[in-house]
Write a protein that binds this ligand. Structure first.
Ligand SMILES: CCC1=C(C)/C(=C/C2=NC(=C\c3[nH]c(/C=C4\NC(=O)[C@H](C)[C@H]4CC)c(C)c3CCC(=O)O)/C(CCC(=O)O)=C2C)NC1=O
Length: 161
């Protein structure tokens, strides 16, 4: 896993150079948003279950997916779906704190699409639910932090599609 600091330093080190202006600007941007990130993560941690529940209500509930024949039908599969959404929220929050998406590649997206396809988990509906979490999260944490979280929710969606 990388973060905004290690990724800037690693790429300077590969070239054997001190940090240049653009590298310093990246670091400045990251440090300047530090308290924004911590405040957003605190709000998300305290409201994770509500964020997932509201996102499900907005996107999946009362659709064919929760009826017989749908992939969320039966409490076991419903629970697996809720658990997956909670993974996406938690890992997107880690990535937002780190300011870097690499943790998503390593711990969430690796092999996920293949798993979903082999189990018949609908990817389009999953993406809709993640987009709903993005909206619900933005309304909780405010526009700036919401945009930053949006980067990582979108990253998961493009990794799935
Ligand atoms: C932390 C990294 C990580 C991820 C991401 C993860 C995902 C993941 N989701 C799974 C299943 C599943 N995922 C879903 C999800 C859904 N079905 C729908 O219709 C909805 C659209 C959607 C929720 C948004 C369902 C229903 C299953 C169970 C499928 C089955 O067994 O038939 C499985 C198969 C094994 C299991 O059931 O636990 C994995 C590995 N596991 C991990 O360790």
């Amino acid at each position: 896993m990388q973060d905004a600091i290690t990724s800037v330093i690693n790429s300077a080190d590969v070239q054997g150079k001190y940090l240049d202006d653009s590298a310093m600007d990246k670091l400045k941007g990251y440090f300047a948003t530090g308290s924004l990130r911590v405040r957003a993560a605190t709000a998300i941690n305290a409201n994770a279950a509500v964020i997932v529940k509201d996102a499900v209500a907005k996107s999946l509930l009362y659709s064919d997916i929760t009826r017989p024949g749908g992939n969320m039908y039966t409490t076991r599969r419903y629970a697996a779906c809720i658990r997956d959404l909670d993974y996406y929220l938690r890992y997107a929050t880690y990535a937002m704190l780190a300011g870097d998406p690499s943790i998503l590649d390593e711990r969430v997206l690796n092999g996920l699409k293949e798993t979903y396809n082999s189990l018949g988990v609908p990817i389009g509906a999953t993406i809709q639910a993640i987009q709903s979490m993005k909206e619900v999260t933005a309304s909780l944490v405010g526009t700036d932090a919401g945009k930053e979280m949006g980067v990582y929710f979108d990253y998961i969606c493009s990794g799935l599609s």
